[in-house]
Ligand binder design. Structure first.
Ligand code: BES
Ligand code: ZN
Ligand code: ZN
Length: 531
């Protein structure tokens, strides 16, 4: 009889399967290459002229160019090698009959489109030389530049950097146009670029690079040497002791145990407003025991997109500095995985708020981790809580991949945030949370269950679920000692579709989009300057 198996096992050294400490690796984020904005661009730079129909027709040989098919239409481009220049069309005609508020001339798209169509492999410098009147304002120019730089951004860790692409490409602005931008505008472009780039880096990184073991160090690297920033973290043991089961149950089957981080940006002067940003930080969503079916798991590295969006927003704000607004960013980082310790349907979780939640489906994990993150946000006694989360596939079914679903408990705040999404031309759609659906989340053995027993409007019921953790009247953990229960002004952003692109479109290539950072920065800056 073959007994090799038995003799073999004798010589096997038994070690612990995983050494968690060894997993706490110090990882650098993916290397990036992108055009950078510079003041000085020499004459050899490729000269870019944005033209509408009228300014095009003022060009001497415009008829000859027309014969070649160039009519100055939005996103049309023609290269004029003899003058080392490019004409980029901006003439926009809205022939659609839909009431699409976002269907208009989009400077960010113009910039991105310019990058994608230029013969850039050997171009070291590009200069924006001319803009039609319509785009001659600081916001349009800012977004053209940002769109261009973001489209040029490549993550090169895992690719063979192409040998003929320039090492340090730059984009500049000609002297007359430079007058449009003050020093402050340049600072804003640079800060937004840093923030958006960081958001995208975190999302596009592999789950080996960004996970609950690596994230604390990555956050420290993001905010390094900023005296107005403080970073706090609670590890798995601390979260367990605290009773944050919404986080610990979901993340406990991973070799990378959960961690909660809180980053605080102090303003320069006295604090007058306080904003808490909360981001879903599921660094990988396998679905857990309710494992995702074929094809649905791929791209689930993006399930920390909410956390990354808030990280990028805070990064941009930290670079800019705020006068009177204190901003917090709270995220629970977990990996939704499977082993013998995996949480299960039928488990009842006691969240930090004291409310109990029956697990019906382990793939509705984001809302469970958000319960405790939102409770901690409420305990900060803020003026506003904004959360961003790649929360539901239903959001994509309902609104397509292009929209962020915006919900909330304060009509005025909903509208205010929406107006910032609109002015930055980042697509968001207000979605009502009908009170009539609230009872569908009532548990049989618990306060709540994590999903209702019907499938429609999953993004709406997810929003309703979260709302229980904003209103302290629902809280019943005696340890929290809440004397006067508050309900905070809160907006929930479901970015399941908008933060990650599965296919190229005219704004973004495949991968992370950085969507939301510009709008959130714009809103927080408006609070900071208005109140
Ligand atoms: N992370 C997903 C949502 C998601 C789907 C984000 C597609 C980005 C792209 C979330 O955790 C999830 O799995 N939601 C389930 C909920 C369901 C079990 C009620 C969904 O939407 O299918
Ligand atoms: Zn899930
Ligand atoms: Zn998820």
């Amino acid at each position: 009889m073959f007994d090799g198996f038995y003799t073999h096992t004798k010589s096997v050294q038994r070690t612990n399967k995983f050494d968690i400490k060894a997993c706490k690796r110090n990882i650098k984020l993916m290397k990036i290459r992108q055009f950078s904005l510079t003041g000085a661009v020499n004459d050899l730079a490729l000269q870019i002229k944005f033209v509408d129909r009228e300014s095009f027709q003022r060009i001497n040989n415009y008829k000859a160019l027309e014969k070649l098919g160039f009519e100055a239409k939005y996103k049309q481009l023609i290269l004029l090698p003899e003058s080392n220049s490019v004409l980029a069309g901006v003439e926009f005609s809205d022939k659609t009959k839909t009431a699409d508020r976002y269907h208009k001339l989009n400077p960010y798209v113009l910039g991105a489109n310019l990058y994608r169509q230029l013969p850039l492999s050997k171009t070291v410098a590009v200069q924006i030389n001319e803009l039609p009147g319509l785009l001659q304002n600081e916001n349009s120019l800012r977004n053209i530049i940002l769109g261009f730089i973001q489209a040029s951004t490549q993550f090169t860790t895992f690719t063979k950097a192409s040998e003929d692409s320039p090492a340090n490409p730059v984009i500049g602005i000609s002297m007359p146009l430079k007058r449009l931008l003050s020093g402050e505008d340049l600072k804003l472009i640079d800060s937004l670029n840093k923030g958006i780039t960081r958001t995208r880096q975190l999302i596009d990184a592999t789950p080996e690079e960004v996970n609950p073991s690596t994230i604390e160090k990555l956050i420290q690297d993001t905010f390094v040497e900023n005296p107005n920033i403080t970073i706090h973290a609670k590890n798995y043991e601390e979260l367990s002791n605290l009773g944050a089961q919404g986080i610990t149950y979901v993340g406990r089957a991973s070799i990378h145990k959960p961690i909660l981080t809180q980053v605080i940006l102090k303003p320069k002067s006295e604090v007058k407003k306080k904003v808490v940003l909360v981001g879903k930080g599921v660094t990988y969503d396998s679905g857990g025991l309710d494992i995702k079916p074929d094809g649905h798991m791929k791209t689930m590295k993006c399930d920390m997109g909410g956390a990354a969006t808030m990280c990028g927003t805070l990064k941009a704000l930290a670079e800019l500095g705020l006068e009177h607004t204190e901003v917090h960013w709270i995220s629970a980082f977990v990996e939704n995985m499977i082993d013998g310790s995996a949480y299960k349907p039928d488990d009842i979780i006691t969240t930090l708020s004291g409310q109990t939640v029956e697990v019906v489906n382990t793939d509705a994990e984001g809302r469970l981790t958000l319960t405790d993150a939102l409770t901690l946000a409420s305990l900060e006694n803020p003026d506003y809580i904004i959360d961003a989360a790649t929360l539901t596939g239903a959001c994509i079914f309902a609104l397509t991949e292009h929209y962020t679903a915006l919900m909330g408990n304060d009509e005025e705040l909903n509208q205010e945030l929406q107006s910032h999404f609109e002015s930055e031309q980042e697509r968001s759609q207000y979605v009502a949370m009908p009170e009539i659906l609230r009872t569908s989340l009532a548990g049989d053995l618990s306060d709540l269950k994590n999903i209702p027993d019907f499938k429609f409007g999953g993004h709406v019921t997810a929003g309703l679920f979260l709302s229980h953790f904003i209103n302290q009247k629902n809280f019943r953990n005696p340890g929290l000692e809440i004397n006067q229960p508050q309900e905070y002004s809160w907006v929930h952003l479901d970015i399941a579709g908008s933060s990650y692109n599965k296919r190229n479109n005219d704004i973004d290539a495949v991968g992370s989009t950085g969507h939301g950072v510009r709008s959130l920065v714009s809103w927080i800056r408006s609070i900071d300057s208005n109140r």
